[in-house]
Design a protein around this ligand. Structure first.
Ligand SMILES: [Cu+2]
Length: 183
């Protein structure tokens, strides 16, 4: 009986490893939560239901103001002006959605749709080979060249973790995002 615990210890380790693996698996499943955030973002609003207008200025690389307060159920007209020297985007979404959108924007830069200070409309309408174009008309975002203005009418839903952000590659990382605070 030199190693009395030898045979007991091995099954015990195996059990720990198994439970760790199970915990990791359960964690991966958590990523599905990101998709469930989508309905919380809100929806496109109607002009006749606008409660108030919020003016947003886009600079290189930040927004003015840096945060916006909204009430649940409120419809806001965001008038957006690009006062910077680069192409910028104003996009209302969750942090996870912005992250996914940054990958799309990276593609747009790689395909020459976004060229630093201008948007190539012809390249944007080009068929990607699968019937899709890189046309950028999501209702929750507006993409503007320097000097251009645009607007989004958005109806907010229940309080949620939302941000407005620019997903042109590198801009979010440079701090070009702001909080939407529910009051
Ligand atoms: Cu930007």
């Amino acid at each position: 009986m030199k190693h009395p615990y030898g045979k007991i210890l091995i099954p015990f380790i195996a059990m720990v490893v198994a439970s760790t693996a199970w915990a990791a698996g359960a964690h991966d499943g958590g990523h599905h939560d990101k998709k469930m955030e989508k309905p919380m973002v809100g929806q496109p609003g109607k002009a006749k239901n606008v409660d108030r207008t919020v003016a947003i200025t886009m600079m290189d690389n930040y927004f003015e103001p840096e945060s916006v307060s909204v009430k649940p159920g409120e419809t806001i007209r965001f008038t957006v002006k690009n006062e910077g020297a680069l192409v910028h985007e104003f996009n209302i979404a969750t942090a996870a959605m912005h992250e996914a959108h940054q990958e799309e924007m990276q593609m747009m830069v790689e395909h020459g749709v976004i060229k630093g200070d201008r948007i190539d409309e012809q390249a944007m309408k080009m068929d990607m080979g699968d019937g899709h174009t890189m046309s950028h008309d999501h209702a929750n975002s507006v993409l503007l060249e320097p000097g251009q203005s645009g607007e989004i009418i958005w109806k907010f839903s229940k309080p949620a973790e939302l941000e407005f952000a620019c997903n042109v590659p590198g801009h979010y990382q440079a701090g070009m995002y702001g909080d939407i605070e529910f009051k």
